[in-house]
Every structure is written in C-alpha cells, then in structure tokens.
Design a protein. Sequence first.
Length: 311
Amino acid sequence: MGKKRANRKEAYRPPAAEDAPAMKSTVTSRVGIVAIVGYVMLAVLVQVGTHHLVPIHAAGDYDGMRATGALAARTLAHVEPHIQPGVTTAALDAIVRDFIADNGATAATLGYRGYKHSSCISVNEVVCHGVPSTEVTLNAGDIVNVDVTTVLDGWYGDTSKTFVVGGEDASDEANRLVRVTREALKLGLEGCKAGARLGDVTEPIHEHLTRAGYGVVNQFSAHGIGRTFHAAPFIQHGKGRKGRGLLLKPGMFFTVEPMANQGVTATKTLRDGWTAVTKDGKLSAQFEHTVGVVEGGCEVFTRVPGTDAFI
Ligand code: MF3
Ligand code: CO
Ligand code: CO
C-alpha cells in the first residue's frame, strides 16, 4: 500500500518540480509572515479596542458643531413645506442646495466620492443614498427621507428625517414605521452620555425596532463626524448590548441614524452605485442626528434652534 502511494505521487509530479520548491518556499514564507503580522495586529486590536481611533474634540469645538448642526436642521425645516405630491426629488435637492449656499455653507455630499447632489432623497423602499432625480416624483402616501450634511467653517453637521407625503393619505403601516423609527432614535440618544457605552445607545434602538417587527439595517453605519464627514466610531444600529462597547467620553462627536425596514434587513445597491433599496421591496425609514457627548447626556447639534421638536 505505502509503496503504491509513493509511486503515484512520483508519477504526478509536474516537470518543473526541480525549480518549484525554492520559489514556492519564498512565496510561502512571505504569505506566512503577512498572515502572522495581520493576525497579531488583529489580536492586538481586539484586545486594545479601536477607542484610540476616536477623536476627542476640545470644548471650543462644540461651538462649530452647534452652528453647522443648526444649519443642517434648518435646511430640513426649510425644505419640508415643499415636500408635496408632484414635486421631483431633483427640485427638492435644488432647494437644499440654494438654502445651504445662501447661509454661507456647502453640502458635504457635493463631489463626495463622485456624488453630484446636495442631499440624499430616499423614497419608500429606498433605504438610503437615494439620488435626487427629475424622474422621481413624489406621490401622496409616499414616505421620503431627506438627508443633508452641511459644512460650515469646516465643521460637518449631518441630519435626516423621513416625511410622510400627504400625511392622511399614507397607510397606517407607513405612518407606524416612521413613528417607531423616530422613537428608536430618541431612545438611543437617551442612553447616550459620558461614561455610558455605545451599546447603551444601540441596544434600545434595535430592541425597539425588532419588538415592533422591523428589520434593523446593519449594512450602513452611523459614524464619527467633526472636521471630517465619516470617521471612527462606525456604529451598527442592529448590534451591541447595554454596558458593552466603546466607552463614551466628552469630546466624542458622532451620528446616530437608524434605518428600519418593514421587512427583511437585507439591502441591495442599484446600478447607479448609490441607491440602496430593501431586498424585498418593502418600505424603509430613517432618522439621523449629529451629537456630542457631554456629562450627563449627549448634546444634539442638529435640532432646529428655538423649537421643542425632537427632530
Ligand atoms: N449623509 C449620509 C450619512 O448619513 C452620507 C451620504 S454620502 C452620499 O452618512 F455620498 F451618499 F451622499
Ligand atoms: Co450620517
Ligand atoms: Co446623513
């Protein structure tokens, strides 16, 4: 038996077998070293965590975030009365663009990774990154998320809100999805304060949404923000447990922006490379605030100044 196997091995050896071992061992050892270094780095990262990658801003930086956040919130309030049956999402985007420019700021999305618009406008089954278009007209009963990010004096303010087009005309189910998603953001932010953990923010969100029967999107994350659009920490709303995860400290700025699906959590991206839709074609809603951690809570930068409205 042993002999037979040895013979078979011999027979299958390729013609270049003489040279191959030396080459192969060099390649193998390089791959091996890369794998070992990669593994050690991963192990260190798991132990140490990624918290050292999360920028801690100075007390004075809150002023910049307040100004840009207020402008982002006012932009949504400004566009809201225009969200009516018959309007195109391109027309809404132009209103966003002009308002931001008139207030001495720019839209962060303009030119971002080739994106050519001042907002993302996501209708019905569009989860996020809906591309404004003259071809997309709103109808009574639609739900539509408008997501704006202002850059004012170098500071980024990111907020979004889902509106129901022609309120009474929308189905009870659409209205419920929008209401519950707004509640989820509120509950998450109630868990946000210095000394808390990221899981204290995300668990109330996914608990509330899953209890209501909705799918929580993990494909797209919330993110650190400040003088950059997207930074650590990257936050998955469907994951995390109370008392676990990143320790929240004053000076941390990030968004909280849960996306809730009526059906499955899975999404797919359309051929335009941006528009993310639910895999099953059912509705999706989202709300987003930009916040800064403070003692005893989180300051919500993206609230409309002078009003009591949460979002
Ligand atoms: N505003 C989105 C967010 O909440 C990002 C949009 S990026 C774009 O992070 F390029 F799609 F506009
Ligand atoms: Co965001
Ligand atoms: Co946004």
